[in-house]
Design a protein around this ligand. Structure first.
Ligand code: HEM
Length: 95
């Protein structure tokens, strides 16, 4: 017997729950993802998996315990430098 779930393709996604308790923040979370992921990929175009992902145990809150990725050390360093520089500028403009 196959372990695939043939009906899963026809089912609506339940990442944000369903019914009366459907996630109140779903639209915000999706907007954040739509903004963040393209920017992340633009910043680190060579981003790639760096190991096997490990799922969290349990069915209630599903997700990953670890999801290792590689972004490229040189780019990560320059990104951290620019993030710190922007934070310092923001801090200075508040004073
Ligand atoms: C990727 C991000 C998110 C995921 C995967 C997620 C997922 C969920 C799920 C599955 C539920 C239903 C829980 C249940 O049935 O008991 C839920 C409920 C809820 N979520 Fe989210 N959520 C996310 C982001 C957010 C954000 C950003 C907010 C608020 C700004 C938020 C606020 C809420 C609230 C208030 C409920 C309770 C709704 C109710 O019980 O009527 N969530 N969320």
């Amino acid at each position: 017997m196959s372990s695939a779930r043939p009906a899963a393709q026809d089912s609506p996604p339940i990442s944000f729950g369903a019914g009366a308790h459907f996630c109140l923040g779903a639209a915000l979370a999706q907007l954040e993802g739509a903004v963040a992921f393209p920017r992340l990929l633009a910043r680190f175009p060579r981003m790639a998996p760096a190991g096997d992902p490990v799922r969290r145990p349990g069915l209630l809150l599903r997700g990953y315990e670890t999801l290792p990725i590689r972004v490229g050390v040189a780019r990560l360093k320059s990104w951290l430098v620019s993030v710190r520089r922007r934070a310092r500028r923001r801090e200075a403009s508040r004073r």
